[in-house]
Design a protein around this ligand. Structure first.
Ligand code: HEC
Length: 165
């Protein structure tokens, strides 16, 4: 009897251990399966740089710093002063605060959304009609990682599609 009790206790314990191991696997596996893939990031950066050079550079400039009073910097923490017609919509999106661009972790979605759909009433027009999901993914990956932004974000086309309006 005693032996059997011990036996079943051992079974319960190892069952717990198995469950804990499965949980740990579930938590760690996605992290292990997708470390920010250098190669994927580099390929997207290259494609994104090309699109940026053709499509965005005239306003946001090669160094991503825009032009004072007109085109906002795409560089995290960069100063930008302009009249309220320009800063207002940016402030509303949480991308500008007290004269500084804030393009932090939670702003990725807004940036994809803006590139696709523009900012109504400003010169930032919608690129959704002319850029594919792949191209938007590449150019947003580029602006999130260029010029020292280094967010590590790898944007995929399936993150872009649901934000099309
Ligand atoms: C014709 C000029 C013009 C072009 C071309 C342009 N933008 Fe903009 N962009 C603007 C302006 C102006 C704003 C600010 C709008 C406002 O006042 O709210 C802006 C804002 C933004 C913002 C949000 C603010 C910020 O600094 O993060 C992002 C992101 C952005 N643009 C990305 C792009 C990307 C990527 C491209 C190329 C695919 C692009 N823009 C092309 C004029 C332009």
């Amino acid at each position: 009897m005693i032996y059997q009790n011990n036996g079943s206790r051992v079974k319960v314990q190892s069952g717990c251990r198995l469950l804990a191991a499965l949980l740990l696997c579930a938590i760690h596996f996605p992290v292990l399966a997708s470390p920010p893939d250098e190669q994927e990031l580099n390929a997207l950066m290259e494609q994104g740089r090309e699109i940026y050079g053709k499509t965005c550079v005239a306003c946001h400039q090669p160094d991503g710093m825009g032009t004072e009073g007109n085109f906002p910097p795409l560089v995290d923490g960069a100063a930008f002063e302009a009249n309220a017609a320009i800063t207002g919509p940016l402030e509303g999106l949480g991308l500008w605060e007290d004269g500084v661009m804030t393009l932090g972790e939670d702003k990725l979605k807004y940036m994809i959304y803006i590139v696709l759909n523009g900012i109504p009433g400003t010169r930032m027009f919608a690129f959704g009609p002319t850029l594919s999901n792949e191209e938007v993914a590449a150019v947003v990956t580029y602006i999130r990682n260029a010029w020292g932004n280094n967010k590590g974000d790898v944007v995929t086309p399936d993150m872009v599609e649901p934000l099309r309006r």
